[in-house]
Design a protein around this ligand. Structure first.
Ligand code: DX5
Ligand code: ZN
Length: 215
């Protein structure tokens, strides 16, 4: 599949509503919400009330990326705020299998994220449980960073694992995505591209989103 999830971390928070309207009118498939706690990652973004406010006007499902410690404490809150997909980081979950079940028991899609240093093999025993895997292609915490090239290799490994296990798991990549990177990622088997600064800093975000889907 070829889906695009604009990350509102790069939106203008003075006019967040207008940026959500823009996404509503675009070919985007999800709204990617980056939740940062200043502990797991060295930055603080926004939390549950903002996700809820976005959900009230968004026509696109919310893809909520939790870059927080102890994510199991907040799964139900983000579900109630409107998340359609919740992603937790493998690095924050000693009991990953349990957290995946917790997300699924809300009736929404469960996803696990791997930091650039975390091997794909960590997911071998849960891959069939997952609706999506998010591969970080930058170190999480900030938008506008440079794409890490090793991500292509990880996508290929993950794709092979998914095919071998006959699983339906989708692959999402997050960080430093632009047209060139996105085209290559689709060729390697990625299903969902997250793009923050590339979309919101472009002259015509609606056109950029449409082009990202048609690479
Ligand atoms: C990074 C976030 C990303 C970020 C991507 O920690 O998880 O979703 O918004 O931003 P760009 O596309 O600018 O790299
Ligand atoms: Zn993200």
């Amino acid at each position: 599949m070829r889906y695009v999830a604009p990350s509102i971390l790069a939106a203008n928070f003075n006019k967040l509503g207008l940026d959500i309207e823009m996404i509503n009118q675009s070919a985007a498939d999800f709204v990617h919400c980056d939740i940062m706690d200043g502990v797991f990652v060295p930055n603080i973004s926004f939390g549950i009330p903002i996700v809820q406010a976005v959900n009230e006007i968004s026509k696109k499902p919310l893809d909520v990326h939790l870059m927080i410690v102890n994510p199991e404490k907040y799964i139900e809150d983000f579900y109630r705020a409107g998340a359609s997909v919740i992603t937790v980081h493998s690095e924050t979950c000693p009991h990953l299998h349990r957290v995946i079940q917790q997300i699924k028991s809300c009736g929404i899609k469960a996803s696990v994220c791997l930091n650039p240093h975390s091997p794909v093999s960590l997911l071998e025993d849960v891959i069939e449980e997952l609706d999506m895997v998010l591969l970080m292609s930058v170190n999480p915490g900030f938008g506008g960073q440079k794409f890490i090239e090793n991500t292509y290799r990880k996508v290929a490994q993950l794709k092979e694992m998914i095919l071998q296990r006959n699983s339906q798991t989708l692959i999402e990549v997050d960080g430093g995505v632009n047209f060139e990177v996105g085209k290559k990622l689709y060729e390697f088997g990625v299903d969902i591209l997250v793009a923050g600064s590339f979309v919101f800093n472009s002259e015509n975000p609606i056109e950029t989103i449409a082009k990202l889907k048609q690479l």
